[in-house]
Design a protein around this ligand. Structure first.
Ligand code: SF4
Length: 344
């Protein structure tokens, strides 16, 4: 039995031609029902004939990830804990922007990278998420917003649980199908893939021109990065920066660097100076995120004044840097924390 949301656009076309023995336009119709109209059952596909619906229902189902819990933060962030078909739990978060929402998606159950400041990293790696599980998060998010007449979902960030570039084959299929007009209709220019950075995978992502990367840097030197992100730092910072210099970009496009400020670890002005030496101000911009203290992890939140001084120092060096709101702190919106709370 197929779960129809597990089929990529081209898989669906092959299924319709080879198994249903129907003309190609049927694939377009089914695709539209699945991703644009978000039907939850084959019987809802009302422009297919009854016999065809019956035939399809005998071969396929439509199964979305199940919502295990929803929490809304005071700042408007909406966090979902989703249960997958095998009972595994993942998180996705809707983040309010001015007139729209951005959704943070998970790509793996757990994560193998073990960054020392991250709850997901402490849970370890369980498995890659499938195509339908990754995009199923978008179906759940959009449906939630639409049911409540809220602003539309326009941006995606692959920044939830997991390291997206270690699930690259599936990620590329997802990114490839995002812009489909009769589907999710989400522009890849509004999609960002957050990664600790793997040169070969970045090269492939760049060649495919399907998303812009955001690099989870978090340290301005190889030594410090090896201390706080030991597995990520197996790729030497010099090699990572060389891969980024080669990343194909259009004029005015920039690579985003994520920098989580940890009190007394990476938040001094000297670290800001080192960061400014590392990043080409014409090609990169920096998102600063103040760490939220998390139970069981050995770090503290930085002082507000220090965060602001750090940002100012980067601007003094001519870099573009912004302090990102640390959204949803009251509902544990930092990566992996809700799941950790659920499984504790
Ligand atoms: S920060 Fe990202 S890459 Fe590092 S352990 Fe957490 S989920 Fe994995």
């Amino acid at each position: 039995m197929h779960n129809l949301i597990e089929l990529t656009k081209s898989d669906l076309e092959a299924f319709v031609a080879d198994e249903l023995k129907e003309p190609r336009f049927r694939a377009e119709q089914i695709w539209q029902w699945l991703w644009q109209k978000r039907v939850r059952g084959v019987e809802g596909m009302t422009n297919l004939s009854k016999p065809l619906r019956e035939k399809l229902a005998a071969m396929a189902v439509i199964t979305w990830p199940e919502v295990a819990r929803v929490q809304q933060s005071e700042d408007g962030t909406i966090k979902f804990l989703l249960r997958l078909g095998d009972g595994k739990l993942v998180e996705t978060v809707l983040i309010p922007m001015q007139d729209r929402y951005s959704q943070c998606l998970s790509t793996q159950v757990g994560c193998a990278m073990g960054c020392t400041f991250c709850s997901t990293g402490q849970l370890g790696f369980e498995r890659n998420m499938t195509y339908g599980e990754i995009l199923g998060q978008v179906l759940v998010g959009r449906q939630y917003l639409e049911d409540r007449g809220m602003n539309p979902l326009k941006n995606l960030v692959f920044m939830g649980m997991g390291e997206p570039l270690l699930n690259l084959d599936t990620l590329l299929k997802v990114l490839n199908d995002l812009p489909c007009e009769r589907g999710l209709s989400l522009s890849w220019r509004r999609s960002m893939v957050s990664t600790v950075g793997f040169p070969e995978q970045l090269r492939i992502l760049g060649e495919m021109e399907v998303a812009l990367p955001a690099i989870s840097l978090h340290a301005p030197t190889q030594e410090l990065r090896a201390r706080i992100m030991p597995k990520a730092a197996r790729v030497h910072l010099d090699d990572l920066m060389a891969a980024l210099r080669a990343y194909p970009m259009r004029p005015r496009e920039r690579i985003t660097f994520e920098y989580l400020l940890l009190k007394g670890v990476n938040d001094s002005l000297e670290h800001a100076d080192q960061l400014a030496r590392l990043i080409d101000r014409k090609k990169g911009k920096i998102n600063l995120i103040a760490y939220n203290a998390t139970e069981g992890l050995p770090y503290e939140a930085p002082d507000r004044a220090q965060v602001e001084a750090f940002e100012k120092r980067l601007w003094d060096h001519g870099l573009t840097a912004f302090i990102r709101r640390s959204m949803g702190a009251d509902i544990k919106a930092a990566c992996g924390q809700l799941k950790a709370a659920q499984t504790a």
